[in-house]
Ligand binder design. Structure first.
Ligand code: DGL
Length: 278
């Protein structure tokens, strides 16, 4: 592994661009290769075994390109496949989004009443509560699957009455109208797509609820790891290149990307990765 190699960023689709964006903001000198497994999205409704198998195939494709570290931007893969990835690629630093996000929520929550929202499959894994409790024993962690948020964000619907209605459906019992003494004080976004909904969530939940997303804390964890292993690219100078790969339709990737990053990605910039071929 050398400092001039790119960092690989893997997600089930396009939402992981929220993590790519945080990496770009924090580490502009690092070359990035982003792989979105758009052909098999969503992972969030799939079994642990399927998610692990997909994640291993995606990681193998990135390793073949020659990455120096793997960032698993997908929460569902971070929940199910991190150990398998580390075992399959010994020596490759593999960073998931669950630990950094859980640690940040543990710090940020004023009273330790933390609500994690995620995909069904991530909720089933139960890894977020475990990770939060590691850093903050005594916290009260409640999980809520919010699968409709994924589809809405992919449609570019991140605000407005329909999205707000869905958010009320999921979150009112936990924040707006909870049993006495059980109101959450921290919302942990355990899914790549949810940062796009933050303005609406903030308006709905009010200023007292702290909203934590794992993208920026993951970028910090990546920076620390690269520094500790002597793998950081030279700082300063022009931003390094970003390469985009998808497993289906570059056009759809480029269109949906507009929801998640403020820069434009042209379909011609998106290469196709064929996964699952030995
Ligand atoms: N990337 C997924 C996650 O963060 C959300 C989309 C999906 O279900 O694949 O869990």
């Amino acid at each position: 592994m050398t400092a001039d190699q790119p960092i690989g960023v893997f997600d089930s689709g396009v939402g992981g661009l929220t993590v790519l964006r945080a990496l770009r903001d924090r580490l502009p000198g690092e070359s990035l290769v982003y792989l979105g497994d758009t052909a098999r999205l969503p992972y969030g409704t799939k079994s642990a075994a399927a998610v692990s198998a997909y994640a291993l195939e995606a990681a193998r494709a990135l390793v073949e390109i020659g990455i120096k570290a793997l960032v698993v931007a997908d929460n569902t893969s971070s929940a199910h496949a991190l150990e398998a990835l580390r075992a399959a690629f010994p020596g490759l630093p593999v960073i998931g989004v669950v630990e950094p996000g859980a640690a940040a929520a543990g710090h940020a929550s004023p009273t330790g009443r933390i609500v994690v929202i995620a995909t069904e499959s991530t909720v089933e894994a139960g890894i977020y509560p475990k990770a939060v409790l590691n850093g903050r024993p005594g916290a009260r962690v409640v999980q809520q699957a919010c699968p409709l948020f994924v589809s809405l964000a992919e449609e570019g619907m991140v605000d407005g009455p329909i999205v707000e209605q869905v958010a009320r459906h999921y979150l009112a019992p936990l924040f707006l109208d909870p049993p006495a003494g059980e109101r959450g004080d921290c919302l942990l976004l355990g899914c790549t797509h949810f940062p796009a909904l933050v303005p609406m969530l903030r308006r709905l939940l009010g200023r007292e609820v702290v909203i934590v997303d794992s993208a920026s804390t993951t970028a910090r964890a990546v920076e620390d790891l690269l520094d500790n292993r002597g793998l950081a690219a030279a700082r300063g100078g022009a931003p390094a290149p970003i390469c985009y790969l998808a497993t289906d339709s570059p056009e759809r990737f480029a269109r949906v990307a507009r929801v998640f990053v403020p820069w434009t990605i042209a379909p011609a910039e998106v290469g196709i990765a064929e996964l699952g071929r030995e």
